[in-house]
Design a protein around this ligand. Sequence first.
Ligand SMILES: Nc1ncnc2c1ncn2[C@@H]1O[C@H](COP(=O)(O)OP(=O)(O)OP(=O)(O)O)[C@@H](O)[C@H]1O
Length: 259
Amino acid sequence: MSATNTDVPALEARGLLQRFGGLTAVDDLSLVVQPGAITGLIGPNGAGKTTVLNILGGLQRPTAGTVHVDGRNVTGWSPDRRARSARLVRTFQTMRLFPTMTVMENVLTAASAANPRGDAMAATREAVHRLGLDDVRETLASTLPYGRQRRVEIARAISAQPKVLLLDEPAAGLSPRERQELAELLGELNRDGVAILLVEHHMDLVHAVCSEVTVIDFGRPIFHGTVADAMADEAVLRSYLGPGQELPDPSLSVTEGAV
Ligand SMILES: Nc1ncnc2c1ncn2[C@@H]1O[C@H](COP(=O)(O)OP(=O)(O)OP(=O)(O)O)[C@@H](O)[C@H]1O
């Protein structure tokens, strides 16, 4: 993976505001993902997490605020330009695989779009291998078990050789074992220099991989700090889970291989 400039954040959002008519979905949100970090973005349903990823990835033009990648202002850039020129790549909450294409073809389409002048086939092979999909290279994506389809989706993102990876609920529908494997994969990518912003409801995954989290509620940041501190924070407990609720037991931590 490409070298990162350690003097500036890998990803920085400043003062993001997103209005949809009368609804303010994101309200003065700033966040930073440092090079070499995995940062979590968590919050209750409807808090604005996907909208933030849409803004960061270029699908949604914010009402106000800026997005910088490795020090460059990419706020007006399309998703394609962000992928090609800033190496900022995202996955989606709902899978977007081509069901009638094989695993290789699915990954190759993403690799080709992100590396128009590079060796897309080599990037594809590497991503497929890295995600442990060699045995199903020529299998139609739609016929794979759900957990492996999720892997194809991540292989598509990795084939674009990202420096910054935005993941929207990558563990949705995965078993505890698959979440553990995902945690290991994210750790590896991170050690290779990929900065990651992780939107996730599964606290065991967040706990296992994130050095810090930003918690949002009604589009506003209500906490930033370590996962352990977030899980003990009154405001987070109140607004993230509702009155009288408790956060999931972190002893289910995927790093311990439990369950
Ligand atoms: N295009 C849109 N037009 C109008 N309202 C929208 C639009 N996109 C999102 N919203 C609203 O913005 C708010 C934030 O939605 P968003 O999907 O970003 O939340 P979320 O935290 O990702 O939720 P979840 O955890 O359920 O995926 C919600 O009230 C949602 O209904």
